[in-house]
Write a protein that binds this ligand. Structure first.
Ligand code: NDP
Length: 326
């Protein structure tokens, strides 16, 4: 049995609790939290321990799955906890992955542990799809589309607008752009041509709807480069119709081979997820198995999904994989 710990009990932490249950070779031994442990109630009967006491569990946890946020939690937590455990995280700030890798690599190497970072679907399974298709189809163009799905970062950005009580934001691929890419036409697409943004907003009592809408659609980085629609709805409608965290996405590479590129090829990998955190948690669990195996073989330091062979993810033996899935 691989003994798993969860650090941080939010959406992803709850998802990992399900994912561990769904893997027969894993058991959840503890949930660690920065909050008062008495205030955190896992669905199953598992001990809740304050994160400051994690060192006491050093020999009782094989892999710690970090479920904190990428903005401020993981840059501190992953290197710190790699000193105590083999760790896996879902760090998704793409631009900062090289710096995060270096910090986790130094900590994990010094302690003799394995740290797998940026596990999930993007980064994660989408990264694998991009690297496989780039390596194979060297003459080509990459496209990634996200949605239809909830962007937590954009929803948070709307919630910070004065007059907004609550909000959900959906990122939506433009169907015509996706079709053009799938046809192998290799279109050049601007940010605005690839995705639209749909916002569902609950206003504070007495807030000025026109001013809130303007503040959202003109917000730099988040909305100003997109066609954005804002729908004002009641709190009840938000709870009833927008409580979930679905997501989806498409990684496409189209390219050409042969004389003057006469033969076109399109590689596509896509996902449609009812629950982004529950699915991300499933990917984390598979990579926790890989981390455990790598550590058992004496590996040390930081890895990403690009460094780990696929067979390490599966509970099945090499012989079984060759017979059934190859
Ligand atoms: P949450 O905001 O739900 O949880 C983040 C942390 O906040 C928790 O670990 C928890 O830590 C703390 N927390 C949660 N609930 C409460 C509460 N009620 N009161 C106080 N603190 C609370 O984030 P998610 O779980 O949804 O997402 C975590 C990260 O996962 C995201 O930041 C994103 O970077 C990453 N992610 C990556 C993906 C990928 O494809 N690579 C896909 C999806 C997500 P504690 O228990 O210690 O207080």
């Amino acid at each position: 049995m691989i003994r798993i710990g969860i650090l941080g009990y939010g959406n992803l932490g709850r998802g990992v609790e399900y994912a561990v249950e769904a893997n027969e070779d894993m058991e959840l031994v503890a949930v660690f939290t920065r909050r008062d442990p008495a205030s955190v109630k896992p669905r199953t009967n598992v001990p809740v321990v304050h994160a400051d006491k994690a060192a006491e569990w050093k020999d009782k946890v094989d892999v710690l799955i970090l479920c904190g946020g990428s903005a401020t939690d993981l840059p501190e937590q992953t290197p710190a906890f790699a000193k105590l455990f083999n760790v896996v995280d879902s760090f998704d700030t793409h631009a900062n992955i090289p710096a995060h890798f270096a910090a986790v690599d130094a900590a994990a190497k010094a302690a003799g542990h394995v740290g797998v970072i940026s596990v999930g679907w993007d980064p994660g399974m989408f990264s694998l799809a991009r690297v496989y298709s780039n390596a194979v189809l060297t003459n080509g163009t990459d496209y990634t589309f996200w949605g239809r799905g909830v962007s937590q970062g954009h929803s948070d950005a709307i919630r910070r607008v004065p007059g907004v009580k609550d909000a959900k934001q959906y990122t939506v691929p433009v169907p015509a752009a996706l079709e053009a890419v799938r046809s192998g036409a290799n279109p050049t697409l601007s940010t605005r041509e690839k995705h639209t943004r749909e916002c569902y907003v609950v206003l504070e009592e007495g807030a000025d709807a026109a001013a809130v809408e303007k503040a959202i659609v003109t917000m730099p980085n988040y909305f100003s480069d997109y066609d954005t629609t804002v729908h004002f709805i009641s709190e009840e409608e938000l709870q009833r119709d927008h409580a979930g965290l679905p997501h989806a996405g498409f990684v496409v590479r189209s390219g050409a081979t042969g004389k003057d590129g006469e033969h076109k090829h399109v590689i596509e990998f896509n996902l449609k997820l009812d629950s982004n955190p529950e699915f991300t948690a499933c990917v984390l669990a598979a990579y926790a198995r890989a981390a455990h195996r790598l550590a058992s073989e004496g590996a040390k330091g930081c890895k990403t999904v690009l460094d780990i062979a696929p067979a390490y993810l599966s509970a099945r033996s090499g012989a079984e994989l060759r017979a059934v899935l190859l």
